[in-house]
Design a protein around this ligand. Structure first.
Ligand SMILES: [Zn+2]
Length: 241
């Protein structure tokens, strides 16, 4: 029993470690890269716009609930979905696109750039892109590296293939994947809200019911403050990127 218990806790620890998408170990220098426009964290704009982004779906339970809420508050968002999950739930992906949202590339199998070769990363990105193009044939080419891991080689390779790397505002990672409580997610996003933010949320990867619950407050509260919820493309149109 004891052995079983410790095996279970080890498994949970490993899962948490593997699923940790909030690690900011970007192996590039923001100050050098941001001016090039190849990597985006957030943008400076006088307009009250925010780009909500959802990673690691599609999920047949949570993604539709998020889409319902976005519709209710006239919002649009960008979904960085995992390729193999898109293969599992194509009708959910269709709905994302039909309702005016945007798809971004989050690799085929959620590969971390610090754990696999550059070649493997590129294959994983390419396979996911081929899938995305079924729904979104005219782009845009957005890539969000799992865990935020991006090194100079991957950055250069992605840039050559026409991708823009979309990360998230450093102050807008409420770690919803860890189920901290929907109130905590709400507080984090609302208190930190700034024009031009890219907010990191998740529609897949685990139990995202707290994310859904949090959105029921985040969307009306920020809307009341005058914010509009836009896709990353719409956000970037506000700058020269
Ligand atoms: Zn992810």
């Amino acid at each position: 029993m004891k052995i079983l218990k410790s095996m279970v806790s080890l498994f949970i620890m490993l899962c948490l470690f593997c699923a940790d998408p909030s690690v900011h170990a970007e192996m590039i220098k923001r100050t050098e890269v941001e001016p090039t426009g190849q990597v985006i964290w957030n943008i400076q704009t006088p307009k009250k716009i925010i780009a909500l982004t959802f990673d690691d779906g599609p999920n047949p339970v949570y993604t539709p609930q998020i889409l319902d809420l976005l519709k209710q508050y006239n919002g649009h968002a960008t979904f960085f979905e995992i390729g193999y999950r898109m293969e599992c739930y194509p009708s959910v992906v269709s709905r994302v696109v039909q309702e005016g949202h945007e798809l971004g590339n989050h690799t085929m199998t959620h590969s971390y750039a610090n754990r696999v070769t550059l070649e493997r990363m590129q294959q994983d990105i390419m396979r996911a892109q081929l899938l995305i193009e079924k729904w979104q044939p005219n782009g845009p080419l957005y890539f969000r590296p799992p865990g935020g891991y991006i090194d100079q080689d991957l950055l250069e390779a992605s840039h050559q293939q026409g991708y823009k790397i979309i990360l998230w505002a450093w102050h807008q990672d409420p770690r919803d994947w860890a189920s901290p409580g929907s109130d905590k997610i709400v507080d984090h996003v609302i208190k930190q809200a700034h024009n031009g933010d890219i907010v990191l949320l998740h529609d897949g990867g685990g139990d995202q019911s707290q994310t859904v619950e949090a959105l029921k407050t985040i969307l009306p509260s920020l809307q009341k403050q005058g914010y509009k919820f836009v896709t990353v493309s719409q956000l970037l149109k506000m700058t020269n990127h």
